[in-house]
Design a protein around this ligand. Structure first.
Ligand SMILES: [Zn+2]
Length: 103
């Protein structure tokens, strides 16, 4: 599934690039800003569905285990000690891939 989404993100990014090229060729008849905004929104929401590995959060005083933060927004309320959905960042909704995390 993740592969399909990666390809979908690439397709939307290519479309966006195509629009920018067309805009530079035809400055009098540009795509609407709303169209760009919609594509950006689609890219962002699809990217959040592609699992990303949590980022190790370096030493923090008083905490003995490794902590992790969200690769997208840096939210630190992930994993150990937090009784939350482990699959998504509680802040931005980024899907998380814990498969290589040793716990
Ligand atoms: Zn996040």
């Amino acid at each position: 599934m993740a592969k399909v989404k990666v390809e979908a993100v690439e397709a939307i990014k290519n479309l966006r690039l195509f629009m920018q090229i067309e805009d530079s060729k035809n400055p009098d008849c540009k795509f609407m800003q709303e169209s760009y905004d919609s594509l950006d929104m689609a890219i962002k929401s699809l990217e959040k569905q592609i699992p990303q590995r949590p980022v190790e959060d370096p030493f923090e005083e008083g905490i003995l285990f490794t902590r992790y933060k969200c690769p997208l927004c840096g939210c630190r309320r992930l994993g150990h000690g937090f009784d939350l959905d482990k699959c998504h960042c509680p802040e931005c909704g980024q899907k998380l891939d814990w498969s290589e995390t040793p716990w």
